[in-house]
Design a protein around this ligand. Structure first.
Ligand code: AMP
Ligand code: MG
Length: 310
């Protein structure tokens, strides 16, 4: 997509003034603010109604600025080389003299960092003298936004500006890898675990209950459209919107396909878009057919099961 430089400069103008703005990334849209500023980052929590104890992911252009804030290790460098910029977040040790605001880390000595790949966010990050704290640009516990319109739906006039970058290519949050107490998968997302295992020559698995690091995006209710969701459904019941992944012979106007070809990556990309569409059409209930629990299907099932806990 063509990059609109004047919109990038406008974004810098607001961010330099400690304002929050919406920014595009390849995973989902972020609500961004200067990660070194207490004032700017406290606005993120207020706008999102996000609990203070839920730390933020900080977005960097490359390793140059990050080395002032975090300690590196071998697994981090291997994964960085292979997957960054891209949909992977690393939890690293925070350096003592880092300028990261205490709001961002909830006063912990760890920091979650990511290098987004979206050309618009990269152009912006390159211009700034600070990294950007940017959680998903939605009200806490609600559906993540995958377009600038979604961000406006969430915050209306409460935010000064949303930088448009088209619709998010991945459409699902980043995979989070903890690198503090050994290497662990803390959240499923845009990079499949098997790819991480291949690079590290390991056999890591995602175990939600077996964590020594607290990952707040893993709260029970999250990604919620605000209406009940019934998982593993074979057929829809009256009044339900029905989300499918496998093509059926008979169709109905209540049917919403995540993928036309039973492709899990495409399904992941369309999940939030579809949930938001169904919610905006004022359905009262959603049924979802069984999604195979492999590859991106594992991440989809993780999100749906949290979204279903209204
Ligand atoms: P979101 O709010 O959707 O951007 O998700 C941010 C995710 O990053 C949440 O799951 C947070 O728990 C996680 N996170 C941020 N900082 C840390 C940290 N220092 N340690 C562990 N997880 C973190
Ligand atoms: Mg979020």
């Amino acid at each position: 997509m063509k990059i609109n430089l004047s919109n990038i400069k406008k974004s810098k103008f607001y961010l330099d003034k400690n304002e929050c703005i919406g920014i595009p990334t390849e995973t989902v849209y972020g609500l961004a603010a200067n990660a070194y500023s207490q004032k700017a980052t406290s606005k993120i929590f207020r706008l999102k109604k996000r609990p203070k104890k839920n730390p933020l992911i900080v977005h960097y252009y490359d390793l140059k600025m990050l080395k002032n804030d975090c300690e590196f290790n071998n697994d981090f460098l291997k994964l960085y080389k292979k997957f960054s910029p891209g949909p992977i977040t690393f939890v690293l040790k925070l350096k003592k003299n880092s300028k990261i605001s205490k709001n961002v880390t909830n006063k912990k000595k760890t920091l979650a960092v990511r290098f987004p790949k979206h050309p618009v966010s990269r152009k912006l990050l390159k211009l700034l003298k600070y990294p950007l704290a940017a959680p998903s640009a939605n009200i806490s516990t609600k559906i993540s936004p995958v377009s600038s319109k979604d961000v406006k739906d969430e915050f209306g006039k409460k935010i000064k500006f949303v930088l448009d970058g088209g619709s998010s290519k991945i459409g699902l949050e980043s995979t989070i890898v903890g690198l503090i107490n050994g290497t662990q998968i803390l959240r499923l997302g845009g990079i499949e675990i098997k790819k991480i295992n291949k690079v590290l020559k390991t056999n890591l698995k995602y175990k939600p209950k077996n964590k020594t690091l607290n990952v707040p995006g893993q709260f029970k209710t999250h990604y919620s459209p605000g209406i009940p969701i019934r998982m593993n459904a074979n057929t829809p019941r009256p009044g339900e919107a029905f989300i499918l992944i496998k093509k059926r012979k008979s169709s109905d106007r209540n049917f919403y396909y995540l993928s036309k070809k039973n492709n899990l990556k495409e399904a992941a990309k369309n999940l939030y878009k579809t949930l938001r569409m169904i919610k905006n059409k004022k359905f009262k209930k959603i049924a979802i057919e069984k999604i195979p629990n492999i590859g991106f299907g594992e991440a989809i099932n993780d999100r749906i099961s949290r979204a279903s806990k209204v």
